[in-house]
Every structure is written in structure tokens, then in C-alpha cells.
Write a protein that binds this ligand. Structure first.
Ligand code: FES
Length: 174
């Protein structure tokens, strides 16, 4: 009622204000005020924490060694076509992967999981590209780097090893 003493209010105004206060019984004294400074401080700490977490993950990804898993035979080298992909599962039975023969003795293998929203990526031999149909993401066959569409990270690369006339998958690069 203090604010009501600064000027003379009519009876109608006073009763109108009392009615408003009774409908919305909000007491400033009982409220915990958050100052703009507190809010800004919280935003700075939260942003800093997110930045550090992201930087740490990026460093781990860059410097962690290739995750070695059990070697898995993909195919006989003589049976791998020059103009098509060989699809297989690696490292687990649910993990789709693909092998490409770029030149007679040059092979690359990638996870089929799109780095945008995890749809399956396929080799399109007529356009010599790796294509994700969900949002038309395109990856380079030689590097797995994204070249068009929404993906910004390269496909996970699978490390290969030849043994005799067979090609094996031996690990997944992080
Ligand atoms: S999920 Fe592959 S482009 Fe979106």
C-alpha cells in the first residue's frame, strides 16, 4: 500500500487496485530476484562449459588412435568390382559399411552412416559419389569428406589390410 500514498487516488482506483492484487497475489518480497548480472554470468559459464566440452571432444577425436576391432574378411581382391561398391557389416553385425575400389590397387571403405542424421549413404556409380538420399548429402569417394548438402563431418573411415588375395577390415577411424 506504500505506493498508494504518493498521490491521491480516488476510491474507485483504490478498490480497482485491491481487486487486481487479490486476483494476482504476487508478493515481491517473497520473490527471489535474479539480476541481469546473475543471468549474464550464468550464460557466460554455460557457454564456456559447452565450448570446453566441445573442444575436448574434438581433441579426443583427433588424437585417439584407430579403434582396433577384430579383423573381418570383406572379399577376395579379384572379386571386388571397379565400378561398384561392396556392402558389408563392420565392426558389428548392425553397422553398415561399404568398400570402393578407386584404382586397381587402391581401396577405401567407409561407414554407411551419414554424419548428418544417420541415414544410410550409398555409392552412386553413374555420378561417382557417395549419396545420402535423406537430405541429399554428398560425400567424396576418395576422402569421405562432405561436398554438398547438410553434412559437415566426413564419413567414418574403415582401415583396410590386404592379406594374400583377401581384403580385411581391421579398424574404424574415430
Ligand atoms: S541424414 Fe544424410 S544428409 Fe541428412
Amino acid at each position: 500500500m506504500n505506493e498508494l500514498t504518493n498521490r491521491n487516488y480516488s476510491d474507485d482506483e483504490v478498490s480497482e487496485q485491491k481487486q487486481w492484487q487479490s486476483e494476482f497475489p504476487y508478493h515481491w518480497d517473497a520473490d527471489e530476484l535474479t539480476s541481469r548480472r546473475d543471468l549474464l554470468q550464468f550464460a557466460v559459464y554455460a557457454s564456456g562449459t559447452l565450448f570446453l566440452g566441445t573442444a575436448l571432444l574434438a581433441l579426443l577425436r583427433r588424437f585417439l588412435p584407430v579403434r582396433e576391432t577384430a579383423a573381418k574378411e570383406i572379399a577376395r581382391i579379384t572379386e571386388i568390382p571397379h565400378d561398384d561398391a561392396v556392402y558389408f557389416h563392420y565392426p558389428g553385425p548392425e553397422d553398415q559399411a561399404m568398400l570402393l575400389r578407386l584404382e586397381s590397387e587402391r581401396f577405401v571403405a567407409y561407414s554407411q552412416t551419414c554424419t548428418h542424421l544417420s541415414c544410410s549413404v550409398y555409392y552412386q556409380k553413374d555420378q561417382n559419389r557417395l549419396f545420402c538420399p535423406c537430405h541429399e548429402g554428398v560425400f567424396d569417394t576418395r576422402t569421405g569428406e562432405p561436398v554438398a548438402g547438410p553434412p559437415v563431418r566426413p564419413l567414418s573411415r574403415i582401415t583396410l589390410q590386404a592379406n594374400g588375395d583377401k581384403l580385411y577390415a581391421i579398424g574404424v577411424e574415430p
